[in-house]
Design a protein around this ligand. Structure first.
Ligand code: PLP
Length: 403
């Protein structure tokens, strides 16, 4: 296998240099400056077991996927990355690699609805228990951890859709003391704005469908494992080691929900421009949040970049920018639906993180699956994924929708 990250080749270089070059040397055979789409299932062996570059069968490893995995490891500051057919496939693979029946996990009381559905309704019947908790409250996290039984602490920051912020270093200390694995879903912040592994996380999860891909044209997921990360205390992995990366690598191949070559190529193409896109997402979102905060029809704006956000200080400490997601409340479900249906530049759609601005009603759309659970969201909430269009057009569009 040649999936070891080559991030050391680009160590010391800046974020965008790594995003554009790590794992992406010009093609050895042709000099192509972009990794080719190796749309192939199997590889010729030079004699039995004589693999060229470690490639044997594309579920196990594929060169286009390797390029993406090396680039992601390099930008996230991890030792290895693994990519999957979706963010949830990445999460499912990780959780099955680190949990056993009877184990317990601490989960956010505000998280991507699909993550909660996976934990509660897929892993639950396999004997994994969970406690939802407000991750921004470290005392509540410490109280929810059961020493000896809690094997995973799951953090999403900022959260989807309420833009809550968790102190990653603070939660890391609690997870470490319990011998649990700290997972951070870094989908909203992206590695450009937040580096959870440096703050003490063991593994980072991405829905690369969102900002990493960035163009609303591909679904994918990734796990990036920190240097030396270990399985929960007491667990030995399927290959006889306690290395978290070994266990994830085994499960990626054994379960097989891998990213296909074309999806990996599209995601890599998106990754190259992540920094410039995020700079514009952040600028536009800050302007939109300020505009909404001054609008009489808006009762509350949720944006971690604003001084009135309850965890603004933590966000400012651990993020280098506040991202492109903004949520706001308008007092009633009726009004929220009206706003969602009236915008013209903002497109009414689920998902987020693309260059185009999107608007949605989490209660009836992205978070419909958590209705009635601890993760139910307010029904007058509107969520914006602020794109990189001209900000004056975005503000004018919201103005006419709220009028
Ligand atoms: C979309 C999303 C996921 C799930 O990813 P898919 O690619 O849709 O499977 C997980 N976490 C967050 C924060 C998300 O926004």
């Amino acid at each position: 296998m040649t999936t070891d990250a080559t991030s050391h080749d680009w160590a010391g270089t800046g974020f965008s240099t790594r995003a554009i070059h790590a794992g992406q040397d010009p093609d050895a055979a042709t000099g192509a400056v972009v990794p080719p789409i190796h749309q192939v299932s199997t590889f010729k062996q030079d004699g039995v077991g004589g693999l060229r570059g470690g490639y044997e069968y594309s579920r196990s490893a594929n060169p286009t996927r390797t390029a993406l995995e090396e680039a992601l490891a390099a930008v996230e500051g991890g030792s290895r990355a693994y990519t999957f057919a979706s963010g949830l496939a990445a999460e499912d693979t990780l959780l099955r690699a680190v949990l056993r029946p009877g184990d317990h996990m601490v989960v956010p009381d505000d998280a991507y609805g699909g993550t909660y559905r996976l934990i509660a309704r897929v892993l639950g019947p396999w004997g994994v228990e969970h406690t939802p908790v407000d991750l921004s409250d470290l005392d509540a996290v410490a109280a929810a951890v059961e020493h000896g039984r809690t094997k995973v602490v799951w953090v999403e920051t900022p959260t989807n859709p309420l833009l809550g912020v968790a102190d990653v270093a603070g939660v890391a200390a609690i997870a470490r003391a319990a011998g649990a694995v700290l997972v951070v879903d870094n989908t909203f912040a992206t590695p450009y704005l937040q580096q959870p592994l440096a703050l003490g996380a063991d593994v980072v999860v991405h829905s690369t469908t969102k900002y990493v891909g960035g163009h609303s044209d591909v679904v994918g997921g990734a796990l990036v494992v920190g240097d030396g990360a270990q399985l929960p205390v007491g667990l030995e992995g399927p290959t006889g080691t306690t290395s978290l990366a070994d266990a994830v690598a085994f499960h990626q191949n054994a379960s097989g929900a891998v990213a296909g070559p074309f999806d990996a190529w599209l995601t890599l193409r998106g990754l190259k421009t992540l920094a410039v896109r995020m700079d514009r997402h952040c600028q536009n979102a800050a302007a939109v949040a300020d505009y909404l905060a001054g609008h009489s029809a808006v009762t509350q704006v949720l944006y971690p970049g604003r001084a009135d956000h309850p965890h603004h200080e933590v966000a400012a400490r651990q993020m280098s920018g506040f991202g492109g997601m903004v949520a706001f409340r308008v007092g009633s479900r009726e009004k929220a639906l009206e706003v969602c249906e009236r915008t013209r530049v903002f497109t009414l759609a689920e998902s987020l993180g693309g260059v185009e601005s999107l608007i949605e009603h989490p209660g009836m759309m992205t978070h419909a699956s958590v209705a009635g659970s601890a993760l139910e969201v307010p029904d007058d909430l509107v969520r914006l994924s602020v794109g990189i269009e001209d900000v004056a057009d975005l503000v004018a569009d919201l103005g006419q929708a709220l009028a």
